[in-house]
Design a protein around this ligand. Structure first.
Ligand code: ZN
Ligand code: ZN
Length: 219
């Protein structure tokens, strides 16, 4: 497998470790770390120090400070924390990572796709309402509809690749887009691009038709 170039951020891994993320984002993190040794190692570090950090937060009257991340990284770097060398979990074969296969009830053949026009298909995954998760299929060489975001959107490639503003994302790579980003990812011409996308706010599609259809499609 080719190396993964675009990873999860430390704050997202810490939030996952602290169990404060919406279910859809948990699914994204679990899926990425099942493919990515680097992020799984960082997550194990956060898991190891999590107890100590939370203990600090309980004894201090203020919430976790902005320095919490730096303090945590320093703790790991100091070598005082045994971060362990857990074995990598067994990887399920197929296009969908293990955690996604558990949601879908199988690999790609079990996905119930719905067409959203222009050859693009999606399958919404059942998660808690505070964020949404869906699988997207973008035909090779085709573009996602132009859209902005209300909240954070994370998109991980599972098959094929896409290019967004000159940056290439292949299997395992995660693009993190916030409400400032207006973008149009385009699938690479090699094969249809399949992604897991999670967002904590409804996307704001620009073209009239997608905007009308949005409440029905829930994208
Ligand atoms: Zn990673
Ligand atoms: Zn987007």
């Amino acid at each position: 497998m080719k190396p993964i170039n675009h990873h999860l951020s430390d704050d997202i891994l810490m939030a996952y470790s602290a169990a404060t993320l919406p279910e859809a984002f948990n699914l994204m993190v679990a899926s990425h770390v099942s493919l990515c040794d680097e992020c799984r190692a960082r997550l194990e570090s956060f898991d190891a120090v999590g107890g100590a950090v939370l203990e600090d937060a309980r004894t201090a009257p203020v919430a976790l400070s902005e320095d919490a991340l730096a303090a945590t990284m320093a703790l790991i770097a100091s070598g005082d924390i045994d971060i362990g060398k857990a074995e990598a979990p067994p990887r399920k074969g197929g296009v969908l990572p293990g955690p996604l296969q558990d949601y879908v009830g199988g690999d790609l053949s079990a996905v119930k796709w719905r067409s959203v026009g222009m050859g693009v298909k999606q399958a919404i995954l059942p998660t808690s309402k505070d964020a949404s998760a869906r699988l997207l299929l973008i035909p090779a060489g085709a573009a996602m509809p132009d859209h902005g975001h209300n909240g954070i959107e994370m998109t991980m490639v599972l098959q094929g690749a896409f290019i967004d503003d000159g940056v290439y994302f292949a299997r395992g790579d995660v693009e993190i887009a916030d409400s400032d980003l207006d973008h149009t990812p385009v699938a690479d011409i090699g094969e249809d691009c399949i992604c897991l996308a999670v967002t904590d706010g409804p996307l704001q599609f620009k073209a009239l038709l997608p905007r009308i259809a949005q409440p029905f499609l829930r994208i």
